[in-house]
Design a protein around this ligand. Structure first.
Ligand SMILES: [Zn+2]
Length: 200
């Protein structure tokens, strides 16, 4: 599970990522392309893909092809997505009030995942169908959207413009990205883990 690095860290390179019709967009902005302020948004765009290599190798391959930096969003990096600021504010407030809040030791405990190791969730078999089931389940819950990417757009000038669906003329389309509420990230880890256990 991964996302674009620009979504979780201060911009490392000039970057413009526009989105259409996010669940929290106003009717006024319906069907309009607007800048995606990933760090402020309650949503994050993720991709879940399979590999027979190491996760690191797969991400490198993708980066080379797409020319965008990626970051692994597995459980060890969940802190990149969940709102650190608000949790530290909460801790501060509870400190003032003399409260003691114990840390939830459930799903953020990496060892609780049965199939998570070496920065990914692994399967012994049925890699294709496991990936398909995960995608189906996420599509069912969160819907689907394509990502139009200039980074790996075909370079040939003869490329056919596809009906102007994207905010720019020449692009490649990345499928199977999911816009998930950040607060759901633990349940998505659990979903992936349990599908790997059940079918892989
Ligand atoms: Zn790309």
């Amino acid at each position: 599970m991964y996302t674009f690095k620009n979504f979780v860290s201060e911009s490392i390179e000039p970057w413009s990522f526009k989105v259409q019709n996010l669940p929290d967009s106003s009717t006024r902005k319906k069907n309009k392309w607007v800048d995606f302020k990933a760090q402020k948004s309650p949503y994050i765009l993720v991709k879940i893909g399979m590999t027979t290599k190491t996760v690191g190798t797969r991400l490198k391959e993708w980066e080379n092809k797409c020319h965008h930096k990626l970051v692994n969003l597995g459980p060890m990096n969940r802190h990149l997505v969940l709102d650190q600021e608000s949790s530290s504010v909460k801790a501060l407030i509870s400190g003032f009030l003399g409260l003691h809040i114990t840390k939830q030791a459930t799903s953020n405990d990496i060892a609780a995942y049965r199939r998570y190791k070496q920065e990914g969730f692994y399967c012994q078999e049925n890699l294709d169908s496991v990936e398909k089931r995960i995608h189906q389940s996420l599509r069912h819950t969160y819907g689907a959207g394509d990502v139009y990417c200039k980074g790996c757009a075909p370079t040939t000038p003869t490329v056919k413009v596809k009906g102007g669906r994207a905010p720019f003329p020449v692009y490649n389309t990345h499928k199977e990205f999911f816009l998930i509420p950040k607060k759901d990230i633990d349940s998505i880890y659990e979903l992936i883990d349990s599908i790997c256990v059940k079918y892989g």
